[in-house]
Design a protein around this ligand. Structure first.
Ligand code: NAD
Ligand code: ZN
Length: 697
């Protein structure tokens, strides 16, 4: 990168970040997400480090973003009120701790707190009364909003200490009030933090009083010497300040410190969705106050604290082009090809774009600069266009023909499909899915082998897998006796898979593991039952099962009435695959009996999510796919969807991953010991009678 290029990028970033600061702090209506902001911030920081002489004095790296407004008088702070340095991984936090102890020259104590996503406020007490409440402002000067702060119940107006006391804390709006209060706003706010910030700056404090803002204190400057932060927190608690009890104290020399840090992070990460306020990370702080003083501050943050953010920063990169891929169901998916970019430890160059509408909603065109994030920390997604391409390339459209076989594409709902059942992409896609580890698990047949077998014309359909004589491959390069006997053995073993696995592996549109689970738990335990239902056109028999909608039911029946699908299934049955489920279907008397569980988000210990669902079912609970008034529990993972809001509004019990594990343990299930999964043997004795087969003749 030339110096000139660097200068241009630095200028652009500084201006972009300054505009974002104004929108965020003053207007309360940001147009960037925090992760996008953090990503641009990190980029600027890298450039400033590489080109220190290009550093601008007004750079946001060198100072804190200002929330000053002209509506309130300005007053100078007597303490520095700054931002926090950021870390995005546990490793970064641990190395910061090490580095800090090295700088201090001795082992230190640390406190870990929740980083409340609210608005910073500094309280000044003199003669035992609240004298001033001041916003962060630009870190040196803030706005005096004392009348507004007085309306917040948790802020003590009087304290039993006459000297000068300064308390820092966070003003926030509990989530339970957000929707209702936001509905009353002329222009609704995007989140509780923006709302709290906007309300706190109202000129009329009677309006502020109508919003139940809350406060949590996290820093105290006392008029007498104390040695540690925790000591000062204890004084604050004594004097009536609300201090968040969810914090961890790690005195110098704490045994197993690293393990305790990891445990705390994990607990907070999985528990945050069940809190009544938003946190965007944790704050690690040095406990010894003399060390804090020695470490001091940069213009932007204290050197004695660091924020660990849950959400990794997003990356910004160029969209090179959009390709389409044809999947095993014939569905055509646009895929973004990106200029490779680093994002939380991996390099990203391809991202799925789902369908044409998705691309159009994002208004994507080749050449655009786009922001990428990792959803649930795994799947990268394009969040939005940060800057349009300069050549005026129009928004991308779906091609009219299948790129694999040339058939005209058909649109069904939101997606486009190649209708040609013999499209090579559909055939290899189905075969690869069928043999994949989560399905029939015929591992020796990897993607390359399948491609080879199809290309050579040895295998054209799934049943061919069971009739082809693999020993014919002896002459082919790469196929020795050993490999062939492994294939033959793998094929033989796959015949032992239960019906539920076979049914999913067939890849019937709309029919995934949870639908199959629902069918079987609902007593539809064989393919013949399904054929009968399909032949009679009995949609009801399927839709009466919670979790199976009209669309899924119709799709399933249409597929099962199709002569080609039927032929394929009959051939597989003849080959020895199982088309009837043999396990006891409903577990009764389990500890979760009578409960209806819904699951949202992603989990550390239960991937795929069906692992959690299986456990719930094995304990007698019902697993439902959407939250309704009948739902009793919502298991909440990382990045929960709209189900969480719905569950909250219905008062459904929220269960975090850790709580779930506790419940499993209480029910006698060790979720990490695969072999002991499910109810104990004693349950078999009370196996319920099979439902009478209403449909067999
Ligand atoms: N979306 C945007 O356009 C935009 C614009 C500007 C800033 N931002 C976001 O804000 C961040 C920088 O802003 P910032 O300096 O206000 O916040 P920060 O993320 O640097 O964190 C510092 C703030 O955390 C708060 N906090 C909450 N709990 C705390 C605790 N236990 N201990 C100490 N502090 C605690 C305090 O208010 C403190 O001022 C950026 O990283 C970005 O994510 C976003
Ligand atoms: Zn095709």
């Amino acid at each position: 990168m030339t110096e000139q290029e660097a200068k241009r990028e630095i200028d652009r970033l500084v201006e972009l970040l300054q505009r974002a600061d104004y929108e965020y702090y003053v207007l309360g209506r940001p147009h960037l997400t925090d992760q996008e902001y953090d990503s641009l911030f990190e980029r600027l920081k890298t450039l400033e480090t590489r080109f220190p002489h290009l550093r601008r004095p007004d750079s946001p790296i060198q100072r804190v973003g200002s929330d000053l407004t002209v509506d309130f008088p300005e007053v100078a702070h007597t303490i520095p009120v700054l931002s926090l340095d950021k870390a995005y991984t546990e490793t970064e936090v641990l190395s910061w701790i090490e580095k800090t102890e090295r700088a201090a020259g001795k082992p230190l104590g640390f406190v870990i707190e929740e980083k409340i996503d609210g608005v910073s406020l500094v309280l000044y007490y003199r003669g035992g009364i609240l004298d001033r409440a001041v916003t962060r402002g630009n870190g040196r000067v803030g706005n005096d909003i004392t009348p507004n702060a007085r309306t917040i119940r948790q802020i003590p107006l009087r304290i039993p200490e006459n000297g000068e006391v300064v308390v820092r804390g966070e003003v926030y709006l509990p989530l339970q009030y957000f929707d209702e209060i936001n509905a009353r706003m002329e222009v609704p706010y995007a989140n509780p933090r923006n709302l709290a910030g906007g309300v706190l700056r109202r000129k009329n404090s009677a309006e502020v009083a109508r919003v139940p803002l809350h406060f949590l204190a996290y820093d105290g400057y006392l008029p007498f010497p104390v040695a540690t932060y925790t000591e000062s927190l204890d004084y604050l608690i004594d004097w009536g300040f609300p201090v968040n009890p969810r914090h961890e104290r790690l005195p110098a020399g704490t045994p197993d410190r690293e393990a305790r840090i990891r445990t705390f992070i994990e607990r907070e990460r999985s528990g945050r969705a069940t809190l009544d306020y938003q946190i965007d990370g944790l704050v690690f702080k040095v406990n010894e106050l003399d060390v804090r003083e020695r470490l001091g501050y940069t213009g932007h943050h204290p050197r004695w604290a660091i924020a660990y953010k849950f959400e990794a920063p997003q990356a910004v990169t160029e969209l090179l082009r959009i390709d389409v891929q044809v999947g095993r169901t014939g569905r055509v998916t646009p895929v973004a090809r990106l200029k490779p970019v680093e994002l939380s430890g991996s390099t990203i160059s391809n991202v799925t774009l789902h369908n044409e509408d998705y691309v159009q909603a994002l208004e994507l065109a080749p050449g655009d600069l786009v922001a990428i994030s990792k959803r649930g920390d795994v799947i990268p997604a394009i969040e939005k266009v940060v800057e349009k391409n300069e050549e005026g390339v129009p928004v991308w459209r779906m091609p009219e023909h299948c790129p694999e076989c040339g058939s005209p594409l058909e649109r069904r709902g939101a997606h486009h499909f190649c209708p040609n059942r013999n499209c090579p992409a559909v055939i290899t896609g189905r075969l690869k899915f069928f043999v994949s580890p989560k399905q029939m698990d015929i591992r020796v047949l990897g993607n390359e082998t399948i491609d080879f077998l199809v290309e050579k014309g040895y295998i054209r359909r799934i049943p061919d897998l069971y009739t082809f004589d693999y020993w014919k491959l002896l002459d082919e390069p790469g196929f020795g006796e050993k490999k062939i006997s492994q294939i033959v053995q793998g094929i033989e073993e796959s015949k032992k898979r239960p019906f539920s696995t076979v049914l999913v592996a067939l890849g019937i549109p709309e029919v995934g593991p949870s639908v199959v689970e629902t069918l079987i738990r609902g007593g539809i335990t064989s393919i013949d039952r399904l054929f009968t239902i399909a032949d009679r056109g009995d949609v009801e028999a399927l839709t009466r099962l919670e979790g199976i909608g009209e669309k899924t039911a119709r799709q399933l029946m249409e597929t099962l009435r199709d002569p080609e699908w039927r032929k394929e299934i009959e051939e597989l049955r003849k080959a020895g695959l199982s088309f009837e489920e043999e396990r006891p279907t409903v577990v009764s008397g389990g500890p979760f009996e009578g409960q209806a569980w819904c699951v949202t988000g992603s989990f550390r210990h239960f991937t795929p999510r069906s692992k959690a669902e299986e456990l719930i079912a094995s304990l007698g609970g019902k697993v439902v796919s959407s939250v309704s008034s009948k739902t009793t529990h919502l298991l909440v993972g990382e990045n929960p969807g709209s189900k969480l809001e719905k569950a909250r509004s219905l008062g459904v019990r929220l269960v975090s991953e850790d709580q779930f594990i506790e419940m499993l343990k209480a029910a006698g299930v060790d979720p990490f010991n695969e072999k002991e999964k499910g109810p104990s043997a004693s349950q078999e004795a009370s196996e319920p009678p099979r439902q009478p087969d209403l449909f067999s003749s």
